[in-house]
Design a protein around this ligand. Structure first.
Ligand SMILES: *[C@@H]1O[C@H](CO)[C@@H](O)[C@H](O)[C@H]1NC(C)=O
Ligand SMILES: *[C@@H]1O[C@H](CO)[C@@H](O)[C@H](O)[C@H]1NC(C)=O
Length: 470
């Protein structure tokens, strides 16, 4: 991990000088591209028709992406994305707005399916507070839409294609977490909640599509980040690749690490600026935890730890919720602490880990069943401390362990945290190395065995066709 980081730093200075030359080249190229986008573009017609490309409103900003760009040459703020240059070619269904931006109270023209992401003020906002934790559905969809728009900078890791048989994956743009958060109650005289109805409609829609039948849904990407989202549909769509927070509420038949992708929660606390991050001496609190203390299932451990730690000096361990300025307090609290506890709640994961990362507060992970995003690329032990639940509950164990981490060792982890924190940042437009970009690359790694098997199966199919045609 450290060696990779070092390598990237060396690369980035070389890349930066290349970048200037490359961007000049693309500036010229993009002019010619603008004229070429027409009938032969790979853009799904329905999407393209609805997007009014607005050349005046956005000023593309070239972001040097702080040593995180491994593929900066594709990062070209002036052109729409070339699917042949992207890591993933994506076909996205034109699901009716009730499945996505319609859930955000979007006011649109009657035939419009997608918002015009070329004009930022026309993009409906995702609700804030704790809703934001599961907003991966929003950021991925916006990124795909922007791959068609020349004047929105994009990392172009994933690019939309119009012809589904040329796509690596099929993307299902259902905002299932928002649907759960906002519409899972049965209203008035209704028999079913909107969330249930949408899931049933989705299953029917997908099962009727030729794209689904091609691989039995295995090349479909479905987002279900909230642990209770897709409660009905998950059983019927389990062959697809899910984007999840963890596997806590899934049977391993329908969700598992071989086919599914673990995506970070969107953090709710403020990101600490890496250049102004308080060092060891300026973090007076040794251990920080704020959250619900009494949880069901795996969460009993929170209660045990509370009684073990509540009277220790320099430990902050309290009840707290997002309301009543809780998020603001947690922002300050985490940025002023050396270690932040991540204890299993009623699910193995929570946004607290990601809040700790962007606060550069070394995470102490006490959750035996936790799944971690991009763990094939990131060695979490370089910036977090894992403690088995059985040991954490032994009297004195945790405090002895954490008091034993000296300034030098802590600072090494803190430096690593500052380096990797941008990988957990969701944003629009997406940038190389951010959460959106990392998730697409993870999807690409998961899907490749499927295409490998399909291509192997095809080996002799052509000869059969030649024989039949004689
Ligand atoms: C962008 O959208 C806003 C809000 O709909 C609108 O007022 C503004 O005129 C648009 N900008 C351009 C350049 O079209
Ligand atoms: C889609 O792509 C496939 C394979 O490349 C091709 O055979 C087919 O004609 C294309 N369909 C359309 C509508 O362009």
């Amino acid at each position: 991990m450290t060696s990779i980081m070092h390598e990237k730093r060396v690369f980035s200075s070389r890349l930066l000088s290349c970048l200037i030359a490359i961007s000049m080249f693309f500036l010229i190229l993009s002019c010619s591209l603008l004229f070429r986008i027409g009938d032969n573009s790979l853009v799904p017609r329905s999407i393209y028709n609805l997007i009014v490309v607005d050349h005046g409103s956005i000023e593309p900003k070239l972001n040097p992406c702080k040593g995180l760009c491994s593929e900066s040459k594709k990062f070209n703020p002036f052109a729409s994305c070339d699917p042949d240059q992207s890591v993933l070619k994506v076909f996205m269904y034109d699901l009716p707005p009730e499945f996505h931006f319609g859930l955000l109270g979007w006011t649109r023209n009657p035939n419009q399916i997608w918002p015009n992401v070329g004009n930022f003020s026309e993009i409906p906002k995702y609700p804030g507070g704790l809703n934001l934790q599961h907003s991966v559905e929003y950021w991925l969809t916006l990124d795909l839409l922007s791959s068609l728009i020349p004047n929105v900078p994009s990392s172009c890791t994933a690019a939309l294609v119009r012809n589904s048989s040329q796509a690596d994956i099929v993307f299902v743009p259902f905002f299932s977490s928002l649907s759960y958060n906002r519409h899972s109650k049965v209203e008035g005289s209704e028999e079913k909640s909107t969330n249930d109805i949408l899931q049933e409609k989705l299953v029917k829609y997908l099962k009727g599509r030729n794209e689904w039948k091609r691989f039995g849904g295995k090349d479909h990407v479905i987002m279900a980040h909230h642990p209770n989202s897709m409660l009905i549909a998950r059983w019927k769509l389990g062959s697809a690749m899910f984007v999840l927070a963890d596997f806590g509420r899934y049977s391993d038949k329908i969700a598992n690490i071989d086919k599914d992708v673990i995506a970070p929660y969107r953090h709710v606390v403020r990101t600490v600026d890496a250049n102004n991050s308080p060092p060891f001496e300026e973090r007076p609190t040794l251990v920080y935890f704020q959250g619900a203390i009494y949880r069901k299932d795996g969460g009993v451990i929170r209660q045990e730890l509370y009684y073990l730690l509540k009277d220790e000096k320099d430990v902050h361990f309290t009840f707290g919720s997002a309301g009543g300025g809780g998020i603001r307090k947690a922002s300050t609290g985490m940025a002023g602490s050396k270690f932040c506890l991540n204890i299993a709640g009623d699910t193995p994961s929570s946004n607290r880990l990601f809040d700790a990362i962007v606060s550069h507060c070394v995470p102490v992970i006490i959750s035996d069943e936790i799944e971690l995003p991009y763990e094939d690329l990131l060695d979490y032990s370089k910036f977090s401390i894992f403690v088995p639940a059985s040991k954490a509950c032994k009297n004195g164990y945790l405090m002895k362990l954490l008091r034993g981490v000296k300034r030098e060792k802590w600072t090494e982890m803190w430096e690593n945290l500052k380096q990797i924190a941008p990988h957990f940042e969701y944003q629009f437009p997406s940038r190389p190395g951010d959460a959106v970009d990392m998730i697409w690359k993870m999807v690409s790694r998961k899907i490749s065995p499927l295409h490998y098997k399909a291509h192997r199966k095809n080996r002799y199919s052509m000869s059969q066709q030649f024989l039949n045609s004689r």
